[in-house]
Design a protein around this ligand. Sequence first.
Ligand code: ATP
Length: 236
Amino acid sequence: MSALLQTTGLEAGYGGVQVLWGVDLDVQENETVVLLGPNGAGKTTLLKCLMGLLPTRGGSIQFRGQDISRLPSRARVRLGLSYMSELAVFSDLTVDENIDLGALFVDRAIARRRRDELYALFPILLEKKRQAAGGLSGGQRKMLGVAKALAAEPKLLVMDEPSAGLSPLLVSTVIKSLAQCRSGGLSLLIAEQNVKFLELGDRVFTMEGGRIAFGGTPAAIQADDGLRRAYFGLGV
Ligand code: ATP
């Protein structure tokens, strides 16, 4: 069976600087993959390439059996790829408007049904649907980011550091809500520095200096002395 998403030898950069050096990564149907790596490893760059926000300079991106590396972002969204950036929501817009924006490229009937489902999943957002996103708490804003990204009814949700700016308690809340979202055939690719997200991962890749350094199960990371020390600190 072919992968839902497969990058092969992906290369990218900014101006004269190459950042990605031949990245091979895959996500299967119904799978959650965590991409771990320190600041500057190239995680955001990789996600931008997947979404068509940054052109690739070499290699290929296969999604649902087709090469999408030359497709515009909106075509990728229509194929079932959705992105939650670190910022994720527009503060001046209401909760409702943010969710509508997430569904910009999908059929209106699907968008309406989807919005009802999302409000059922995140009742706190329904309560605040007419409020500006900027007035929500950090955790609620993150939920809205997730809801906005799910409004397009994706097959694969690509997330950039969902833990950014959140307290440990709120990180746990976001992890719980993501676990809930996974039912119904959704795959996740989560770029993170926070190893708590390994709880969600079926598999994990580590990235260093624009290259994949390790790919395997979360248990395999724990079993490897060097990786355990690098990602969990000494003595864990
Ligand atoms: P972080 O968690 O800090 O976002 P990251 O793993 O996502 O880290 P990237 O943001 O992809 O890493 O950055 C990888 C490298 O690319 C870094 O050296 C960074 O300075 C560089 N870089 C990122 N964005 C740009 C840009 N717009 N122009 C030039 N260089 C950039």
